[in-house]
Design a protein around this ligand. Structure first.
Ligand SMILES: [Zn+2]
Length: 322
């Protein structure tokens, strides 16, 4: 059996082909379409066609890859930014045209095969909890610090979804008052309709905003990193504030879920100065006597979302999705 895992972010779309044991057979990426939903659906249809052709050729060649494959309409798991409501509608996605669209139903209709859609951060957590850095732990919090910021919590290798699929979501919890007061931060308007949501400060975009707040230029996290490594004052102050905000947000998650391990992924988790400083930043916001969870980096890195999506669609097919 073959399964496809798609990881769709604000800037890139990645398709992974796995066998039944979730061994990665092939993977490629392309930019996420920007012009709208119709282009997005067509791009997905085209990429699935390319994937089908790859699998058919492997089977035809009967090579080491194809010998064990029998592929007809491989099921597709898709990791998306945003929340899928019970009605099937996507909301709060930073890929703007996905909002208020029934993405899963539209794709099942278009591709005529099983499709499961889930939040990218929660599927990252599922992947790491089952096969990655959290596989030896019972309680695993997966945290993605990328263009956005989000999380998922797994218990015994299963994603805790909650009544509305929101469990573990911390990007839209309020930034800690003590951090706002300490750094005199503005309460930023969030795309969800609230103001002061943590994601606006602890995401990559948020780090750029903090850099600007402390006197730096209007910048993305990459430009911030260059300035930080040059020792520029505004960039260093933004770093300190960022860690404080992140530490407070993580502390709230520790009190809610008591994870044994927190696994980090996303672009910012590749900045070693930042990840090295996370344990101390978290400890500053936990009261005396609270044990620290282990802090680990994702083993599957950038491919975790697609792998988690593949796991999700297999669970869906086998009727064991939680
Ligand atoms: Zn929000």
């Amino acid at each position: 059996m073959i399964v496809y895992g798609l990881d769709i972010g604000g800037s890139k779309l990645e398709l992974s082909i796995f066998d039944a044991e979730l061994t990665l057979l092939k993977r490629w990426r392309l930019p996420t379409p920007t012009s709208g939903y119709a282009e997005f659906l067509q791009a997905l249809k085209q990429q699935i066609h390319v994937a089908d052709q790859f699998v058919e050729q492997a089977i035809f060649a009967n090579d080491a890859t194809g010998a064990n494959l029998s592929c007809n309409k491989a099921p597709i798991g898709i990791a998306l930014p945003g929340v899928q409501l019970e009605s099937g509608m996507m909301v709060s996605s930073n890929v703007w045209y996905l909002n208020q669209k029934a993405v899963m139903l539209d794709l099942i209709r278009l591709l005529k095969r099983p499709v499961a859609v889930g939040n990218d951060c929660r599927l990252f957590a599922l992947s790491e909890a089952q096969f990655g850095a959290g596989r030896h732990s019972q309680r695993v919090l997966g945290v993605v610090l990328g263009t956005g910021a989000g999380a998922g919590f797994c218990l015994g290798g299963r994603l805790l979804s909650g009544a509305q699929g929101l469990a573990g979501e911390f990007g839209h919890q309020s930034i800690a008052a003590r951090v706002v007061a300490k750094y005199q931060l503005p309460l930023l308007q969030c795309g969800c309709g609230l103001e002061g949501c943590a994601e606006n400060y602890i995401s990559g975009a948020g780090l750029g905003r903090l850099y600007h707040h402390f006197g730096g230029m209007v910048a993305c996290s990459h430009q911030w990193l260059v300035a930080f490594r040059e020792g520029q004052d505004a960039a260093v102050r933004a770093f300190d504030c960022y860690l404080d905000a992140l530490g407070a947000a993580l502390a709230a998650q520790v009190l809610a879920y008591e994870p044994h391990v927190i696994v980090f992924g996303g672009g910012l988790s590749e900045v070693s100065e930042l990840t090295d400083a996370i344990p101390a930043a978290l400890a500053r916001h936990l009261f005396a006597g609270v044990a620290m969870p282990e802090i680990k980096l994702a083993e599957f890195g950038a491919t975790s979302g697609g792998r988690g999506a593949a796991i999700a669609v297999l669970q869906h097919i086998h009727g064991s999705a939680h």
